[in-house]
Structures are given as structure tokens and as C-alpha cells.
Design a protein around this ligand. Structure first.
Ligand SMILES: [Zn+2]
Ligand SMILES: [Zn+2]
Length: 256
């Protein structure tokens, strides 16, 4: 397994614990899972750092390049990315990374009393860092590597980003909009009078304009349009599902 794949495994684990810790439907006690969410996110970042070090030179991931045995700590990795690979970290990014690393070490080595507010704040800022760092230095969106089952967690985090705009699915969108796209993927059918109609994904339309992203809702080819998109095709009549006489969308909306 490559470092990069390993990084995404830890990220998914982290999002799983984020879900358990942050979702109100779970017992109060589940808040303690914030610690695993953070530890796994830091681990994921460490692996991404190592991936970038290896791309520069395979020996850079070793603590001692003359004795290639132990790999570097995340702090050494960060310093090498700055000083050798010449990656420019903003002060605020370095600060949050250091805070997160300290917190991770405390969680692992000491039985600290968890400050849940602090944990959740650091987690969100750190996730935003990884999101933009990944796009800049791995030349691909992090989103492309997140399993669809975690898109809701991803979108909930994006909503809390400090930056108003985010690159998502190949286009720049408002940070509040990712959740609409993520939620729309959960509804695969329209139902009318007991009959199910499979929703038509962007790209599968009878009349498709061969763009990579929908001109109205911005969703990427191969995914369901955001609910209410003007360009979604009606699976029954082929007209626009918002406004055609079949009323599939209207009936769906009334049920929601
Ligand atoms: Zn659309
Ligand atoms: Zn129709």
C-alpha cells in the first residue's frame, strides 16, 4: 500500500469518528471519540507529508538518511518540507499544525482531560488546511479521494471553513453549497403513486451538453444534480423535472 492510500485510510477513519463525535443523534458519551478523530487526522497529514518527501527524494523520509531505518516524525517532516522541498507554509498553518501535534501527543501519552470545544475547533481548521494543502501540492482534490459515504461529513466540515469559496468537484463553489450536492446523492429515486423512477445523473441525460460540470448546479459528471437544479431531466417525460407535468419533484418535495 502506498503512503498516499494509507493517508486516505486514516482520513476515512477520522471522518468516521468525526461522525460519531459530532452528530447529535449519538449519546453525549460519544464526544470522547473526538480524540480518535483528531489523532487519525494528524496521522493522515503525516503520511501526506511523507508522500511529498518521497517524491523529492526517497531517503528524505528517514530520520537519519545514512541509516535508513526509522522514518521522520511529523514535525521533522514539516521542517524538511519547508527547508528542503521549499514548501511555503503560512504562519497560521504552521501554528495549527503544531497545536494539533501537541494535542495528539498529549492524547496518546497522557490521560488528559479533553477540552471538546478546543478539539472540535482544531479539527475543523486542520481539515481545512489538509483540504487546500492537498489541492495545491498533490494536484488533485482531496474530495476525489473521499468515499461517497463520507461526503456528508466532508460537506459539514466545509461549511465551517474560514474561506468562503472552495474547489469542489472541479469547480469553485460557495462553502455552504457542498452539503446540498452531498445530500442530493442520497436520493436515488423519485416516487409517484407507488412507482419508483430512477433519478438521472448529470451526464446520463438524453440531451446532454457534454460539459464536465452542470451549468446550473455545478455538480460533476456522473453524480446526481443538486435537488432543485433546473437542468435535471425528468425520468418519466424527459423534460426538466422541476416544472414538468409529471410532478415528480414536487411530490418528492412535499414528502420531505
Ligand atoms: Zn444540475
Ligand atoms: Zn416529467
Amino acid at each position: 500500500m502506498s503512503l498516499r492510500e494509507n493517508a486516505y485510510d486514516f482520513l476515512h477513519n477520522s471522518l468516521y469518528f468525526y461522525h460519531l463525535a459530532s452528530d447529535q443523534e449519538y449519546p453525549e458519551d460519544y464526544k470522547r471519540f473526538w480524540k480518535f478523530a483528531l489523532v487519525d487526522l494528524v496521522q493522515s497529514i503525516e503520511l501526506i507529508f511523507k508522500e511529498l518527501l518521497i517524491r523529492e527524494n526517497e531517503f528524505l523520509i528517514y530520520e537519519n538518511i545514512d541509516k535508513p531505518k526509522h522514518t521522520v516524525s511529523i514535525t521533522t517532516g514539516l521542517n524538511r518540507l519547508k527547508n528542503i522541498v521549499r514548501i511555503n507554509f503560512e504562519d497560521k498553518d504552521e501554528l495549527i499544525l503544531k497545536q494539533a501535534i501537541n494535542l495528539r501527543n498529549e492524547i496518546i501519552h497522557f490521560g488528559i482531560e479533553l477540552d471538546l470545544k478546543e478539539l472540535s475547533t482544531i479539527y475543523t481548521v486542520l481539515f481545512e488546511f489538509l483540504y487546500s494543502f492537498h489541492y495545491r501540492y498533490l494536484d488533485e482534490e482531496l474530495h476525489e479521494n473521499i468515499h461517497e459515504e463520507y461526503w456528508e461529513e466532508e460537506a459539514t466540515l466545509i461549511e465551517q471553513f474560514k474561506n468562503e469559496l472552495v474547489i469542489y468537484g472541479g469547480v469553485e463553489i460557495s462553502k455552504d453549497y457542498a452539503i446540498e450536492i452531498a445530500e442530493s446523492q442520497l436520493f436515488t429515486n423519485f416516487t409517484s403513486r407507488g412507482k419508483e423512477y430512477k433519478r438521472i445523473k448529470f451526464g446520463d441525460e438524453y440531451n446532454w451538453f457534454k460539459q464536465t460540470n452542470c451549468g446550473d448546479c455545478a455538480v460533476k459528471q456522473g453524480y446526481f444534480h443538486a435537488l432543485g437544479c433546473d437542468l435535471e431531466e425528468c425520468p418519466k417525460c424527459g423534460e426538466r423535472v422541476v416544472g414538468c407535468d409529471c410532478n415528480l419533484f414536487e411530490e418528492f418535495n412535499d414528502e420531505e
